[in-house]
Design a protein around this ligand. Structure first.
Ligand code: PLP
Length: 369
């Protein structure tokens, strides 16, 4: 009898993900008031957009398909559109194969005279790992006791040979933000001595009035400030690899000269369309919030420590070794974020669709609650 099934049985029966067995487990699970296990791996480990690309981006990709015999994309049109959106001239923008290319190129430039690069710990790895391989000393500054980037400690860690300070805002894997006034003062002061690179990959998700992009400093002509953005996150184009650097034209020329790839017509066409699709961005933001509410309720229910998120992922203390946690979740069809030392008993979980997050919460409670 379907209504005799226990919660654990319903959950586990969902694990047999084929044919009639799946269908009947769905019925059982639904009858038991539970979220059925999807018949695919839930991707909640890499901060992607589960809804993207937007319809307009897909149409643009289709429309550009017959042009793939040609070299090059439509970089100039794309830069003109972004320049318009940010009230800059296009010579303030460089397009990369993902913002990762801009990060790595900046890391390489920062390391040309060796020296040091300062960043928070933990933070996103691309720029600093590349700089380290290119010969920089990396100075990692632990986040404060509320897990926020500690600007004072970062300022104190800057040495005479520091060539670049890398800040991720909102940070990753800890989705905290830096208060705008403190950040602006910091950037204005530190950029007198070295490059300040602000990675704003999740900028579009932030709704807190305490946050501000540092694009205004680029707009106002400040040198030694680079802002990075990406089409991989809210725009849902991670697989097509398009990202951007915004800076004074002198820095843009240098990055453009040193970076090694060029865009292709499909990625630039998709990004061009997507940056004109405000509705899709609003939709994605709304759905990410809906998913976040489901997961944050679990944190409250289970009294788990977490960091209030300003992005499409969250970070919480599980008390369980993250490798073990991930292996267990994987058995139940969920891909969760990789380990982020030294936070080895914390987990980063990206927002998939609401029904997928309901299944995640149900699974987490069953396994670890
Ligand atoms: C903070 C941050 N910056 C940059 C990136 C790189 O994104 P992409 O190279 O896809 O633009 C990521 C990807 O997860 C990220 O989290």
């Amino acid at each position: 009898m379907p209504n005799k099934i226990t919660r654990r049985q319903a959950l586990l029966s969902g694990a047999s993900a084929v044919g009639a067995a799946l269908l009947s487990s769905r019925t059982f699970a639904q009858d038991a008031g539970m979220e059925p296990r999807p018949d695919y791996l839930i991707r909640a480990g890499t901060n992607e957009n589960p809804y993207g690309p937007s319809r307009l981006a897909l149409q643009a990709i289709n429309g550009a398909m017959h042009l793939t015999n040609r070299y090059g994309g439509i970089d100039d049109q794309l830069r003109a559109r972004l320049a318009d959106l940010e009230q800059l001239s296009p010579d303030h923008i460089v397009v990369g194969t993902g913002s990762g290319e801009i990060l790595r190129t900046a890391g390489m430039i920062a390391s040309m005279d060796k020296g040091s690069v300062v960043c928070a710990d933990p933070t996103y790895h691309d720029l600093v790992n590349y700089a380290e391989r290119a010969g920089s000393k990396i100075i990692r500054v632990p986040v404060d006791d509320r897990l926020r980037i500690d600007l004072d400690a970062i300022a104190s860690a800057i040495r005479r040979d520091t060539t670049c300070v890398y800040l991720v805002n909102p940070n990753n894997p800890i989705p905290s933000i830096i208060a705008k006034d403190a950040l602006r003062d910091f950037v204005l002061e530190v950029s007198k001595k070295c490059m300040v690179f602000i990675d704003e990959a999740y900028y579009e998700y932030v709704e807190d009035p305490a946050y501000a992009s540092m694009m205004e400093l680029v707009r106002n002509g400040h040198k030694n400030v680079i802002v990075a953005r990406t089409a991989s996150k809210i725009h849902g184009l991670a697989g097509l690899r398009t990202g951007f650097g915004y800076a004074h034209p002198d820095h843009i020329r240098l990055i453009d000269e040193k970076k090694t790839s060029r865009q292709n017509i499909l990625s630039t066409s998709a990004a061009y369309a997507s940056y004109g699709d405000v509705e899709f961005q609003n939709f994605t933001r709304r759905k990410a919030k809906e998913s976040m509410a489901i997961v944050e309720k679990m944190f409250e229910d289970l009294q788990l420590r977490y960091v209030r998120s300003h992005a499409n992922f969250t970070f919480f203390e599980t008390g369980i070794d993250v490798r073990e946690l991930n292996a267990r979740l994987r058995e139940h069809g969920i891909h969760s974020g990789r380990p982020f030392p030294p936070f080895l008993k914390w987990s980063r979980i990206s927002m998939a669709k609401p029904h997928e997050m309901r299944y995640y919460v149900q699974t987490y409670k069953e396994l670890f609650g």
